[in-house]
Design a protein around this ligand. Structure first.
Ligand SMILES: Cc1ncc(COP(=O)(O)O)c(C=O)c1O
Length: 474
């Protein structure tokens, strides 16, 4: 067991907020939406008609105070795992909680349902869905995946699908979702085909050609491909998947249903239901959208095929459609689902709103990944256009990361001894590969990050290298 060397962190803030005024014209930005989710069609021509309170851009000081509850001794470059929630939203959530506790019956009969509808309406506009009924609010992406997979299971049990019909999913699908596919679909008789992907990746073409091969495999022996599970942004290693192209290939190839697991997507990449064209799409709102844990939306495209959708937890509203069922799954805390209007106001305090935040996070994470790669003489996991607000950076080979367990131990060591929180990925060498990078760090950038967070990480790794550290010492 290696002892910790030091805990030297100087978290000096830096500001990337431009104080210049900016008219943001993206068609689906929350800036174009009022609090009740209605779009202001005449926004550019008729300012007086919008009547929305003018929000001033957040200052560097206000930004620091929004995230002052983050542990000051940790360089948190892992927004991807659990997201982050600013003080304004924590306080909005507490108000909702108190409102319930003050008069639960009134809250239940008069407040909860219209408030969840408001959230659904805002999300519907933000993601360009056709109808608010297509948007359900659920706990998290794991729950959303289980709802979709339960629906697929019934198709096997009720003989709409045949035993041996296929499900195609990425090899890099999220571990919990893979287990859910096994628990629901394999058990019901489905045959799972994984899309093998190389890593590092250099282009979308590599993904597209492997995906096509997997679909062909899924159709072997007269099977039908009943479901494709496609990540929008894979978790580990992280890469933005050309989801629109893959959905369109699925349609050409007659895949029955397409589920996009986009747990990281909203606030991180562009999300447009009409452009993507999937049957099901879920994104967490607590990862990159500043909601408190936990809340996600599940989009289910309106069609006869997907009408029989139900929440996993059956309650009073059973049979009234997934969105209504999901809005009451028994007595519990619904507050994280109700703060979306406040979240939108928060994001609109940044230049360019959600799109501006997303773009700056992307630019910064690319800049920081390049800085780390150069400092360590390694390589990146993918080109910048395949990164979102997260990027994979190769770690020096001499660290000797030779298993998943090494990767986890190194992560723990970085946390305990250097105050750096970053997930590490073990990439097994292919036959004949020697002295190659076998470990990659997944770095995130969110509005609260400062350049010192990444310098701390760089310096921690440099120290380990200079000290002759290898994972075998842990
Ligand atoms: C691709 C992907 N799917 C699903 C999940 C599960 O999200 P949650 O734990 O919020 O349900 C994650 C979490 O990181 C993820 O990265």
């Amino acid at each position: 067991m290696l002892l910790c060397h030091s805990r030297s962190l100087s978290l000096k803030p830096y500001s990337f907020i431009s104080m210049a005024t900016h008219r943001h014209n993206h068609r689906r930005s929350p800036e174009d939406l009022s609090q009740n989710g209605e779009r202001h069609h005449n926004d550019t021509h008729n300012h007086s008609a919008t009547k929305k309170p003018k929000l001033s851009l957040i200052t560097a000081e206000e930004l620091r105070s929004e995230f002052a509850h983050h542990s000051p001794s940790v360089a948190r470059i892992n927004n991807g795992s659990f997201g982050s929630c600013p003080a304004t939203i924590i306080s909005a959530q507490q108000k909702w909680q108190l409102k319930f506790l003050q008069q639960p019956d009134d809250f239940y009969f008069n407040t909860l349902q219209p408030s969840i509808l408001k959230t659904r309406t805002l999300i519907k506009s933000l993601v360009n869905a056709d109808h608010v009924d297509e948007i359900s609010i659920v706990d998290n992406a794991t729950t959303a995946a289980a709802i979709v997979l339960q629906h697929i299971t019934w198709s096997f049990f009720e003989s709409r699908f045949s035993t041996g019909d296929s499900v195609v999913m990425l090899h890099y699908a999220y571990g919990a979702v893979k287990k859910s596919v096994a628990a629901y679909v394999t058990r019901a008789g489905g045959h799972v085909v994984e899309v093998k992907l190389p890593f590092p990746l250099t282009s979308n073409d590599e993904i597209i050609s492997e995906f096509r091969k997997a679909l062909e495999k899924g159709k072997e022996n007269g099977r039908k491909v009943r479901l494709a599970v496609i990540d929008h942004i894979t978790s580990m290693p992280c890469v933005v998947i050309p989801v629109k192209e893959l959905v369109s290939i699925c349609r050409e190839e007659g895949v029955d249903r397409i589920f996009v697991d986009a747990a990281h997507a909203i606030g991180c990449v562009e999300v447009d239901m009409k452009e993507i064209g999937a049957d099901f799409y879920t994104s967490n709102l607590h990862k990159w959208f500043f909601c408190p844990p936990s809340v996600a939306f599940l989009y289910c495209r309106k069609s006869d095929k997907v009408s029989d959708m139900h929440h996993l937890v059956v309650s009073h509203e059973y049979g009234k459609g997934l969105a209504i069922e999901s809005a009451w799954i028994g007595t519990r805390d619904y507050s994280s689902q109700l703060v979306v209007p406040e979240v939108m106001n928060f994001m609109n305090r940044f230049e360019g709103g959600i799109d501006g935040i997303r773009k700056r996070n992307h630019d910064k994470v690319v800049e920081m990944s390049n800085m780390l790669m150069k400092a360590w003489g390694t390589n990146l996991g993918s080109p910048p256009e395949m990164c979102s607000s997260m990027a994979m950076v190769g770690l020096p080979a001499c660290l000797g990361i030779s298993s998943d367990s090494d990767a986890l131990k190194l992560r723990t060591h970085l946390r305990d001894c250097f105050g750096v929180e970053v997930p590490i990925y073990f990439r097994a060498p292919n036959d004949g590969e020697v002295d190659l990078v076998t470990g990659y760090a997944r770095i995130s950038h969110q509005v609260y990050n400062t350049v010192d967070d990444y310098y701390n990480f760089r310096d921690a790794v440099n120290k380990l290298v200079n000290d002759g550290f290898t994972c075998s010492l842990l």
